[in-house]
Each structure stands twice: as C-alpha cells, then as structure tokens.
Ligand binder design. Structure first.
Ligand SMILES: [Fe+2]
Length: 251
C-alpha cells in the first residue's frame, strides 16, 4: 500500500501504490508468441512476464485474440503456445502461475463456438469478449443472450475503449451491464495510452463503480514504464484498491 493516505470521497484510499499486488491476477494480455498482435518471440514473452511479476502480479492468464478474419486461433494453438511459454519460464526458474484463455471478437462466426460450448474460459464459465471499435455488433444483446443461455458468464474487455458508448453519462454502459455483463478496464486507459476519450470514459466508469476487473491488456514491453508511473495516479489507486474489484476471484 502507499506510504500516505487521504480521503477521496467517503473512502480512504492510498495516494500511491507500491505495486499491483492488490490485483493479484492479470487476465488480459497477448503473451503467446506469434499467434496475434502481441509478443513475437518466446524471449519477449518471458521478459514481459518478468516485468509483470516485478509489478506485483501473482498469476497471469493470457488471452490471445480469436478473430476469424484475423487471428483464427483455436483452443489447440492457444494451449500449445501456453505450454511453450511455460517451458521457457521453467527453464529460467521463473515461478508464476501462467495459464491461457482467449479474447473473443464478437461477430457471427462466434456463434457456432458458443453453441458447441467450445470456448476456452478464463476461469469457471467466465469468457472475455471484445467488440469492434468502429461500431457495435448489430445485436450485441442477442450475442450476450446466446452466451448466457449456453452457460457462460460474460466479461467485456475494455468498455472504455469503444467510442460508440461515449456519452456525458454512463447510460449506454448501464444498458449493456443490465444484461449481466461484467466490465474489465485496461490499466493503460487511466494512463491515457489509448487517448483522452478512453481515459475520460475509464474515469467516469471508476467514479460510477461500474468496473468489476482491471487488467493490463499488455502486448509487449512498451506499456511497462506507463504502468510503473501509474502507481501514483489517484484513479489507479482508487480502482486497484476498490473493495468491489473481483480480480482475486481468479486466483
Ligand atoms: Fe486485448
């Protein structure tokens, strides 16, 4: 915890963090080499994992993109890649729980996988989904419905990064949350690495207490300095230590 505290609103929060050990689990990243737009080599993967350990994370569940027209990964390619990274970590005596799931892009090609119940969950029956940044899927409600009726709990990756949800208030977010969707915010959004719009939306969602999970969505070493600096950001302190945050459930 930080060395000094003050009152922000009603709740006492630290004004700086020593690390991200309060989050414990980072369950959104792209650390399997060569299968999406994340790390390119297993050495790079190991380097990022070492940095995440230094930042205080105790467990990593990496989530390669699954996009039919882009990164058409299967459970097999993902799990083989996970094992490759595990071997490399073991060779360097790096001790951390390293597992793999996926970040599923929502479009019609996802439906057969939902119906076959073949998605690779993060834990229990929780799956991570992402939307187009350009426009919402024609019927996001029906995809959520399909996922839920097939026994999945849905976590929406970085809701703060979708411009079509930007309003002066959180009404657009309330609509999707009312469908029973959990929200996972990217740490980098509060650091401004995705631009002002994402930062403002992230801050609004933190203030509205609508964030269930926080993760890095790290693709390579570039964001590590921003994450280190962010330990002193008031909004980062506020969300990382928030009592409602569910990250630790994935331990
Ligand atoms: Fe991602």
């Amino acid at each position: 915890m930080g060395w000094l505290s003050k009152f922000l609103g009603k709740k006492e929060v630290s004004v700086s963090l020593e690390d991200y050990s309060s989050l414990a689990v980072d369950f959104h990243s792209h650390l399997i080499p060569g299968i999406d737009d994340g790390v390119k080599t297993v050495e790079e993967s190991v380097q990022v994992v070492e940095s995440l350990i230094q930042l205080g994370f105790k467990k990593i569940i990496t989530t390669p993109h699954v996009v039919t027209d882009g990164y058409n990964n299967s459970n097999e390619t993902i799990l083989q890649g996970r094992d490759l990274v595990r071997e490399a970590l073991a060779k360097k005596n790096i001790s951390i729980s390293f597992d793999a799931s996926a970040e599923y892009y929502v479009d019609e090609t996802l439906l057969p996988k939902i119906k076959a119940k073949s998605l690779l969950p993060l834990f229990k029956n929780y799956v991570l989904i992402e939307l187009s940044y350009v426009q919402p899927p024609l019927s996001v409600t029906s995809y959520i419905y399909e996922l839920k009726t097939h026994g999945y709990n849905v976590i929406l990756a970085h809701p703060e990064r979708y411009p079509f949800y930007y309003r002066k208030d959180v009404s657009a977010y309330e609509e999707i949350r009312d469908l029973g969707v959990f929200f996972q915010m990217n740490l980098g959004s509060l650091c401004g690495v995705y631009g002002k719009g994402a930062q403002q939306a992230a801050e609004m969602l933190v203030d509205a207490e609508m964030i269930d999970f926080v993760a890095t969505d790290i693709h390579n070493m570039k964001l590590i300095p921003a994450f280190t600096k962010a330990l002193e950001l008031p909004y980062v302190c506020k969300i990382v230590e928030h009592e409602n945050l569910l990250n630790k459930q994935l331990l």
